[in-house]
Design a protein around this ligand. Sequence first.
Ligand code: SAM
Length: 299
Amino acid sequence: MSSSNAGSRPVEAGGSRWVDPGHLYVVATPIGNLADISARAQSVLEGVDFIACEDTRHARVLLDHLGVRKECVALHEHNERGASEAIARRLAAGQSAALISDAGTPAISDPGEVLVRVLVDGGVPVVPVPGASAVIAALSASGLPARPFWFEGFLPAQDKARRDRLDRLAGVEATLAFYEAPHRIVKCVAVAADRLGGDRRAVLARELTKRFEQVVHGTLMELAGRLTEGTIPARGEFVFLVAPAGGSAEPPAAEAEALIAAMIDEGVAPKTIARVVSRTTSLSRNAIYAEVLARRKEP
Ligand code: SAM
């Protein structure tokens, strides 16, 4: 078993009290708004010997903004194995390194997983320096249940593979979280409506932390329609969330609705409402919880 103490005990080393020799720091960077970089992330980037970057030119823009002048080495999907071994050798020789990706948290639908695995297998300390991640930002503002949630990342680009994957996810009783590129988002949401059910609640979180940020709620059918008509522009970056299966967006039966409304009026906690109402109806806890949150947002 190996462990690291750098998260709990700041130390003076390598010119920064946050950095220890022989450690890799997995540093989250902003997903749009540069002010989202943390003070600790900045100190770690200043303190390490070198920085492994998904794209060195892209990284330079952020590092110049932060005033950090460091050696950058490329680590991307095409060289990850070889680059990881080279980085491991430098860490074994006592250097320290940070890993960053183009945006958000490395190794989350981004390069880094192989490097971290190589280091963990070799007993090298790997320290997370947390910050922005698009999926967590979207989920936190979605009103959909976060317990449990299923992070799928990107669906396959090919039509049949995407349909098959959605069919396999259709019964999962967890909020589904997808990343999607702008040129595929219209198709992706339309196919999701077809395979998961057009009535299911969903959220499109677009351009988070940026100027044209939008977090749009609706059923899958409604969101597919809005993308097609262009009231949600198919531009920028998207996180796409779908409410859990098993209870869905179908409006609760009349008695359940009355019970939910009465409990909201009495100030009962959403989790308690979900637990109590799910015992007396066929609706799932997750579906009721989502319904309560949605109603609490209504004017
Ligand atoms: N590692 C990153 C993270 O922690 O969020 C994700 C990298 S992945 C290659 C890029 C995808 O994340 C985009 O295609 C989009 O689906 C999502 N994404 C990144 N930034 C976003 C933003 N500002 N708003 C919405 N989605 C975003």
